[in-house]
Design a protein around this ligand. Sequence first.
Ligand code: AHM
Ligand code: MG
Length: 334
Amino acid sequence: MSGIKTLGQFIIEKQADFPYAKGELSRLLRDIGIASKIVNREVNKAGLVDILGDADTINIQGEGQKKLDVYANEQFISALTSGGECCIVASEEEDDFVRIESPVSKNARYIVCIDPLDGSSNIDINVTVGTIFSIYRRKSTEGPATLDDVLQKGTEQVAAGYVIYGSSTMMVYTTGKGVNGFTLDPSIGEFCLSHPNMKIPEDGVIYSINEGNYVHFPEGVKKYIKYAQVEDKATNRPYTSRYIGAMAADIHRSLIKGGIYMYPTTSASPKGKLRLLYECNPMAFIIEQAGGIASDGLNRILDIEPTELHQRVAIFVGSPKMVKKAEEFMAEFS
Ligand code: AHM
Ligand code: MG
């Protein structure tokens, strides 16, 4: 095993970075890692078992849920319940936050916001899906944790990460001291450190957006897309367009190769489609930690004061030069 560092070993090693911590955050990350391996197993055999297709429920966003969404949601909540470190789970798949009231969670100090299975429409076609999570420390000091403990700004996150169930399964996370990536080795069933200290390229040539919504985009986005498509050798344009339809995967590509991912407001989704707490804040924290930028087109995502659980927001995230350019167009035209 020499040369291999597992996620568990890495987490314990890094615990020294948090002198105030008593190991709870480490255990929380470990629990999320374990649940994601269980979800990975199900995602991998999704084509084989009768777990595909719409479940009979509609989530609060009004979207049809896939059965695997429900399964992943249950797995993460169950792992966080038995772990004992988490007092509230806020999940994209739950109408309200879930207060954990097991005997082991009596003194739990952490809040987890999670999108258990992001991009789940990709499941039916054997394309990458993900899990996105965000961890906060509870603010209140007595009584049960409340909605106010959940509605914290992204700058308050103590950790965030994502898992992508792709051609290989990876977990990438930050605790505010850089970003590290782990690849699941199925032969030993462990996430192994494969991408230490990840840094996003300062510039890139790939833009990622659902261009089918073009007519509904703000003027600044339309202008940026046209800029991306114009030929200019000095800036390597025209850029390449790539869109997987699972933000964790699209942003992961940007993190490795450079690029910009955008989900702006549209006339159908005037506040944007993606959720501040479950999707945008965690991805913003990770990308900033890797040297990138995440904004709503004008303001930093992490500075947005959340007012509701399922709040939506526009997002422009990725290589700093590309995001700044898109922001220039937004400031001028939108
Ligand atoms: P989901 O959490 O309901 O699966 O939706 C989130 C996903 C993002 O991961 C993805 O980038 C986007 O929604 C795709 O939306 P669209 O089909 O509108 O392009
Ligand atoms: Mg999602």
